[in-house]
Design a binder for this molecule. Structure first.
Ligand SMILES: NC(=O)c1ccc[n+]([C@@H]2O[C@H](COP(=O)([O-])OP(=O)(O)OC[C@H]3O[C@@H](n4cnc5c(N)ncnc54)[C@H](OP(=O)(O)O)[C@@H]3O)[C@@H](O)[C@H]2O)c1
Length: 243
């Protein structure tokens, strides 16, 4: 099994890789923090990975992303690309426009470019799974993180259309929507005493969904019910909630 991980230093992605490592997977890891990614690669090999190599970090340049996807698939069949990078700055109403643009770039534009770049070679090969980590935040956007939430909402609609495009090609699309999860991204929530899922639990649900080819999965599953309710709250009630 050959797996490409974009944003390989993500807490959730790392736990997914640990599960795949025991199956003897080959990894291609892309992360902006090379030192951290090297440690993760070495750890995965100790845990049973057949190989874990680092790719040059290219998160924004469309032609570099395309070249990376083409070269990676040309080097050998890819079973899974897990697109995991994301960034949730605090107090998003205070961000200047350049930073707001970065939020949209990192959480929406860049993941879509990676998925698009792999979709073509995967269709040619007639196989492969494109797994994208979205968020429950994309189901209902709210004042505290509406730029991040809007980016994740874009991923939800994008994954729906990509799934439709790929019907009958042998290529699968899996969108994972985690609820609040204990990783570096949520340190502030943990400090505030908020209940968080473990990255291990979310990773298990993610790896399972990818194995089954489930188009959309909430992790933990309870969030499917929670978001069903929240999505149907009337605006006057939703807008009074301290969320
Ligand atoms: N944790 C949650 O509660 C939660 C809930 C729903 C969805 N998610 C989503 O789950 C995915 C994984 O997040 P996580 O929880 O595992 O958080 P994490 O441990 O903080 O990982 C975030 C990843 O994104 C990378 N990243 C951040 N900004 C970047 C940038 N400008 N360019 C390139 N890479 C960048 C980080 O790289 P560095 O290591 O270099 O910082 C890291 O690899 C994200 O898409 C996130 O939005 C998380």
């Amino acid at each position: 099994m050959r797996i490409v991980v974009i944003g390989a230093t993500s807490g959730i992605a790392e736990q997914c890789c640990r599960l795949w490592a025991v199956e003897g997977a080959d990894f291609v890891l892309m992360a902006r923090d090379t030192a951290k990614a090297e440690k993760i690669a070495a750890d995965l090999e100790v845990r049973g990975a057949r190989s874990a190599t680092l790719a040059r970090a290219e998160f924004a340049d469309p032609s570099a992303i395309k070249a990376f996807a083409d070269a990676t698939v040309a080097a050998g069949p890819v079973d899974i690309v897990l697109i995991a990078h994301g960034w949730m700055p605090l107090e998003q109403h205070k961000l200047d426009l350049a930073t707001a643009e970065q939020v949209l770039q990192v959480n929406a534009v860049s993941p879509v470019l990676f998925a698009e770049a792999f979709a073509g070679p995967f269709v040619q090969a007639g196989r492969g799974t494109i797994a994208i980590i979205g968020s429950v935040a994309g189901d209902v956007t709210r004042r505290t993180n509406y730029l991040y939430g809007a980016s994740k909402a874009l991923l939800t609609r994008y994954a729906q259309g990509l799934d439709h495009r790929l019907v009958g090609t042998g290529v699968k699309v899996v969108l994972i929507k985690p609820g609040p999860t204990d990783t570096a991204m949520t340190t502030h929530m943990k400090q505030a005493g908020q209940r968080l899922a473990t990255a291990e639990d979310v990773a298990r649900a993610t790896v399972d969904a990818i194995r089954r080819g489930t188009p959309v999965v909430y992790a933990p599953r309870l969030w499917q019910l929670i978001m069903l309710i929240v999505r149907h709250l009337p605006r006057p009630i939703l807008n009074r909630l301290p969320i």
